[in-house]
Every structure is written in C-alpha cells, then in structure tokens.
Design a protein around this ligand. Sequence first.
Ligand SMILES: Nc1ncnc2c1ncn2[C@@H]1O[C@H](COP(=O)(O)OP(=O)(O)OP(=O)(O)O)[C@@H](O)[C@H]1O
Ligand SMILES: [Mg+2]
Length: 320
Amino acid sequence: MSSEYLVEVKDLKQYFPVSTGFMKKTSLKAVDGVSFSIRPGETLGLVGESGCGKTTVGRTILRLYQPTGGEVLFDGRKVTNSNITELRKEMQMVFQDPYSSLDPRMTVEDIIGEPLDVHKLYSTRAERREKILNLMELVGLNAEHARRYAHEFSGGQRQRIGIARALAVDPRFIICDEPVSALDVSIQAQVVNMFEDLQKQLGVAYLFIAHDLLIVRHISDRIAVMYLGKIVEIADADELNDNPQHPYTISLLSAVPIPDPKITRQRKRIILQGDVPSPMHMPTGCAFRSRCRYATEQCARECPSLADRGNGHMVACWNK
Ligand SMILES: Nc1ncnc2c1ncn2[C@@H]1O[C@H](COP(=O)(O)OP(=O)(O)OP(=O)(O)O)[C@@H](O)[C@H]1O
Ligand SMILES: [Mg+2]
C-alpha cells in the first residue's frame, strides 16, 4: 500500500568535498540530516538565508546529486533505485533565474516541446503543437508567440515558459527554487498566484523554496525553516506564523512587514547578532547557538533534534 505522502525525505545528507589547502581535504555539510514529507497536492515552503542548503535539498531530491546519506521516497519508492527518465516524468524543477535557465536561442515551442520529445508524449506533429499551445495558455502566455525566442520575453514571461516546460510531462511534484526572487516585486505576486491556480487545477505538489518568508507564507500549507544544513522548525503555515518557537524563526518573522501598523509597533524587530558561520567551520552543538541570545552550555554540547510539540509542529531547540 502506498503511504499518505507523495515525497518523503529521510535524514538526507549532502556533503561536498572541498580542499582547504595543499593536500588538505574536508567536507562541507550543505545538507545535514534533513527530514520532511509532502502530501499529494500540498505545498511545503522551505525558507532560510542564502547558503543554508535549500537548493542542495532540491537538487538531491531530484537526483541531480547522489546523496551522501539518507533517502528520498517518491510514492513509496526509493528515488535512488528509480529510473532517472521515469523520475523526471514525475518530478520537475523550476529554477530561480529565468534568464540563465532558458536557452535564449530556442523558441518557446522548442523549449516546451523538448520534454514532450524526450518522453515521447505525442504521436503526431499536430498533437505535439496542440500540447504546446495548451501549455502556453495554461500559464497565461499568448499562444501566438510560440515561435518567438526566449530572449524576447520579460522575466515574468520567461518564468511562465519555465513553468510550462515543467508542466509538459504532467508531473505530480515540482520543486520551485526561488521562482520569483529574480522578478520585479510588482510581478512576483502574479507569478505566485499562477502557481497557486495551477495547483488547484492540476493537483500538483510543490516544494516551494524562498528566502522571503512573506512569499512562502502566502503559498504554503506547511513551512520548514532551515539554518545551516538543518531544519530547525516545521509547522502548518498559520501555526508557524502565529506561534513560532525557534529563535531563528522568530527573528525571520520579525523582519516580515505587517500591514497593520499597530501590530508592527508591538512586534519588535529582532536583529541577529553576528554572521552565519561558514559551513566549513560549524559551531559544536546547535549550529544556531553562535547567534542565539538564549544559548546555554547544553546548546554547545549537543545538537537538538526536531521534536514534535503537538499537531506536527516540530522544533529543534533545547530551550523551547
Ligand atoms: N556543488 C557544490 N560544491 C561545493 N559546495 C557547494 C555546492 N553546491 C552548494 N555548495 C555549498 O553548499 C552550501 C549550500 O548551498 P545552497 O546553494 O544549497 O544554498 P541555498 O540555501 O540554496 O542558498 P541561496 O539562497 O543563495 O540560493 C553553500 O555553502 C554552498 O557554497
Ligand atoms: Mg539556492
């Protein structure tokens, strides 16, 4: 029997070998024991500062990297045992930069048609063309522009092309890696709303990666907060917003603007001390302790693991 989850990530580790001088090698723990699950049609938001390992989580799930440890199950099957082509029919990725992720010398038709060709998803040229035009319409692109080149489109339109391309194989899961970060603020909301509409229509599940909690909060059913290769808190989006537990989540939330000025005044902005430590020189114990005002001796000794505080609200903190 298949489980209630579409995607299950279990204790995933991705270490990169790096040299630190002549004959000296160490490993950079980009992802260090990450676990979460995503239900069919659900959106899990993944937030955290630059370099905390969000993209690496996405790429490892997609098998663009061989994991150093742990496993990923898709529909109950181990991703590492699956055929890569079959996997690409089920899981797709939309990338951050719509300028570099699409070949500017290809036409929209070629870009969206490529996955249809790879997976042989049509029997006649007419069917291929019809599918491409339908996909363009689905993402709000003018089908008359099918023969135009990617470089002729704006950032927002290019991201729509990237989404149409991801949707071409009719996947059940899409990893959206900061899909609106490179876009003008004025069009970010439009593209986020499109992701939501597509989900309602198609029932696709998302891992929605962003460093901006405001965007993630809007689109996600649940949110996972990541800090230096680990998830420090995971909860329903509303619960995380109303009742954050981890000091890192609280500081991230304190930076999100609130439309109600009364609440803004009440909610003090928490500015973290210090910088994010280098993943090459991680503090002992809890990775966040060097910036945490509640840190104790225990935090220096041992890394807290994620513990359920009820209703699936998981927190990794000794003091909470
Ligand atoms: N192929 C690689 N080889 C070596 N180190 C890598 C590689 N890819 C990522 N890293 C390192 O792993 C860590 C996590 O990187 P990653 O790109 O996953 O972070 P991120 O959270 O996506 O950041 P951003 O918000 O900037 O996109 C960083 O320290 C990065 O330098
Ligand atoms: Mg990234």
